[in-house]
Design a protein around this ligand. Structure first.
Ligand SMILES: [Ca+2]
Ligand SMILES: [Ca+2]
Length: 545
C-alpha cells in the first residue's frame, strides 16, 4: 500500500486539475443556455427548475484506535459545496511512513494544484440516497504527491449517533480505500432554500414558489447563506433596490433571473440613482436586464461578489459613475468578479472622465468575457483602490475616451501586478488601452495578446507596464473579425471563421498570478477550442453555439 511505504514510483497525476478559476466554475454550472433563452407562457412566472444548492460538511473519525501512529484511526474534516468550492483534510494514523509520520491528504485553497473537481448530490452508498453526497478531487499527500480521490458520505443521523457513513477511495495508480460508520463526529448535508420573486408577486407573501414576493429588498430579508432568490421574467419597475445580506465563502447568496435577461429591472431614479446596490459579501447577481434614467446601473459594494451574465444598457444620465460600478466608495472592497456581462450605451458619449461601462475601484477584481459598447468615457475603467486586477477576454468597442484604462489614486494605492490579456479594443473615441503615469501604476502590469484597432489617440499607451503580443489590425482584418460589428448591442461579436483572434490568445499572467484567463466564454463554450485560447469574449470552434 502506497500510503504506508512512501516509496511510490508511479506517475504523479500531473494536469488532472487545471487551475480552475472560481468564475469559470460558476459559469460552468450556472448558465445552462445563456445564448438562446426559451419562451415562457404569458402571465405565468417563469421559474426554471434549478438544482438545489447542496453542501456537505464532516468532522469525525473512523476506527476505534487512538491518535498515535499505527493505530486504527482515520480522521476527516471537510466542507464541500456543489459549486466545487471547499476543502478536505484526511489523516490515517494506520498509514505510518518510514520516518514515523502518518499519511494525510489535503485539498485547500492555499495549494492551487488541489481542487474539488466534481460534486454529486446523492450517493448509492446510503440506504436513502438523498441523505448522501459524493465528491471527487485532486489532493496532495503528506509526501507531496498529487492524487485523485473520491469521497462518499451519508448523513443518516445526529452527531455522535454512529449512524453517519464516510468512505474515501484514492484512485489508481494509488491503492487506498477506507470506509465505515463514524466512530465519532458528524456528517451534515444541507440544502439551501429557494425563494421566489415575480412581477405579479406581493411583498406580503412569503417568497415561496406558489406565493412569490415582488421586490429584491423584500426577498433579501429572508435570504440566508446558501439561499437563492429566483426572479421570474417580466418587468420590475422599482425605486433603487438596496440589499445587504451576506453569504459565506462556501455558501453564497444568489439573486438570479431564471430566464437570462428575462427579469428586466427598470430603475425609476426615485430614491437615488442606481438600479440596485448590493452591500453584502459573497453575493452572486446573475442574468438580469437593467436599464433606467441615471448613468448608474448595478452598484456592487460588497466583497467577493460575482456579477455574472447581466445586460446593463441605455443609462442616459450624466451623474456618473458606471453601468456596473464595483466599490463606490470605500475603495478597499476586494475580490469582486464581473463576468460575461453586456454593457451598452452608458451616459453621454465622450463627456468628461466620470461615466464608464464597467468601473473597478477596489483591489483584486476580475473583469472577464464582457462585451462593453458605447460608454461615455471608458469601456473599462480602474481607479481609486484598484490594483492586482485581471482584465481578460473582453470585447471593448466605441467608448468615448478609453477602451481600457488602468489607473489608481496614488494617495490610496499603486495599480500594479494587473493582467490585461486577450481583449479586443476597437473604434474608440480617443485611447485604446491606456495606462496612467508612474505612481498611479507600477512596473509589474502586463498587457498580453490584445487586439487593437482604430483608437485615434493611440491604440496602446503604457507608462510602466510590459506589452507582449499586441495585434494591431488592418482594415481587412477588422472586417473579418466579428460576425456583425455595429458598435452597440445590436451587433454579434462572435468571431468570424477567418478571424485573426482565433487561437491567438495567451494564458500568461502578471508575476505571481497563476490563473488569468476564463475557462469558458461569454456563451458558456469551454475554452480553449482548437489549438489555443481565442482573443475576445467568444471562443470559435465546432462546439460553439
Ligand atoms: Ca449527521
Ligand atoms: Ca481557440
Amino acid at each position: 500500500m502506497i500510503w504506508s511505504g512512501g516509496t511510490q514510483t508511479g506517475p504523479i497525476i500531473h494536469g488532472f486539475a487545471p487551475l480552475l478559476s472560481l468564475a469559470a466554475a460558476l459559469l460552468a454550472v450556472g448558465c445552462d443556455d445563456p445564448a438562446s433563452p426559451e419562451r415562457f407562457a404569458p402571465g405565468v412566472p417563469n421559474f426554471s427548475q434549478v438544482a438545489a444548492f447542496s453542501r456537505v460538511t464532516g468532522l469525525g473519525t473512523l476506527g476505534a484506535g487512538s491518535a498515535t501512529p499505527g493505530s486504527d484511526r482515520q480522521e476527516f474534516d471537510f466542507d464541500v459545496v456543489a459549486d466545487l468550492s471547499g476543502r478536505l483534510f484526511y489523516r490515517d494514523w494506520a498509514a505510518v511512513r518510514s520516518d514515523g509520520s502518518v499519511g494525510t491528504l489535503t485539498v485547500d485553497d492555499t495549494d492551487p494544484s488541489t481542487a474539488i473537481t466534481a460534486f454529486r448530490d446523492g450517493s448509492a452508498a446510503c440506504a436513502d440516497t438523498t441523505r448522501g453526497a459524493e465528491f471527487d478531487g485532486t489532493g496532495r499527500l503528506d509526501i507531496g504527491d498529487l492524487v485523485g480521490f473520491t469521497v462518499a458520505v451519508c448523513d443518516n443521523g445526529a452527531a455522535g449517533s454512529g449512524t453517519d457513513f464516510f468512505r474515501i477511495d484514492v484512485l489508481p495508480p494509488y491503492q487506498y480505500s477506507r470506509s465505515g460508520l463514524l466512530s465519532s463526529g458528524d456528517v451534515v448535508k444541507s440544502v439551501g432554500r429557494q425563494l421566489y420573486v415575480s412581477p405579479s408577486g406581493n411583498d406580503a407573501n412569503p417568497c415561496t414558489f406558489g406565493a412569490p414576493c415582488f421586490t429584491m429588498e423584500r426577498v433579501s430579508q429572508l435570504l440566508a447563506p446558501g439561499d437563492t432568490a429566483h426572479f421570474a421574467a417580466g418587468n420590475y419597475s422599482w425605486d433603487g433596490q438596496r440589499v445587504s445580506v451576506s453569504g459565506t465563502a462556501s455558501a453564497r447568496v444568489t439573486y438570479m433571473s431564471d430566464l437570462k435577461w428575462g427579469a428586466r429591472l427598470t430603475g425609476t431614479g426615485i430614491g437615488g440613482c442606481g438600479i440596485m446596490q448590493n452591500t453584502g459579501d459573497y453575493v452572486d447577481i446573475v442574468g438580469f436586464d437593467m436599464t433606467g434614467p441615471c448613468a448608474n446601473g448595478l452598484l456592487q459594494d460588497g466583497n467577493y461578489g460575482r456579477i455574472i451574465g447581466n445586460r446593463v444598457h441605455d443609462l442616459p444620465g450624466t451623474d456618473g459613475f458606471a453601468g456596473i460600478m464595483v466599490d463606490c466608495c470605500k475603495y478597499t472592497l476586494t475580490g469582486n468578479e464581473v463576468i460575461g456581462n453586456w454593457v451598452d450605451n452608458i451616459g453621454t458619449w465622450g463627456e468628461t472622465n466620470t461615466t464608464h461601462g464597467i468601473y473597478i475601484a477596489g483591489p483584486n477584481g476580475v473583469v472577464e468575457n464582457n462585451i462593453i459598447t458605447r460608454a461615455s468615457a471608458a469601456c473599462i475603467s480602474s481607479y481609486h483602490g484598484a490594483t492586482r486586477l485581471v482584465i481578460s477576454n473582453n470585447v471593448v468597442a466605441h467608448c468615448g475616451r478609453y477602451g481600457i484604462q488602468i489607473s489608481a489614486d496614488s494617495a490610496r494605492t499603486t495599480n500594479d501586478f494587473t493582467t490585461v490579456a486577450n481583449n479586443i479594443v476597437v473604434n474608440g473615441g480617443n485611447f485604446g488601452i491606456y495606462e496612467s503615469p508612474y505612481g498611479l501604476t507600477g512596473p509589474h502590469n502586463v498587457y498580453n495578446n490584445n487586439i487593437v484597432y482604430n483608437n485615434p489617440a493611440g491604440n496602446i499607451v503604457l507608462t510602466m507596464g510590459t506589452e507582449s503580443g499586441t495585434i494591431t489590425l488592418t482594415t481587412a482584418q477588422f472586417s473579418a473579425l466579428f460576425l456583425n460589428y455595429t458598435g452597440d448591442m445590436n451587433g454579434d461579436y462572435h468571431l468570424g471563421s477567418g478571424a485573426i483572434a482565433i487561437d491567438a490568445g495567451t494564458t500568461s499572467c502578471a508575476s505571481g498570478v497563476s490563473s488569468c484567463v476564463p475557462l469558458s466564454a461569454f456563451d458558456g463554450t469551454t475554452r480553449p477550442q482548437g489549438t489555443a485560447y481565442d482573443i475576445g469574449a467568444y471562443e470559435f470552434g465546432p462546439l460553439a453555439p
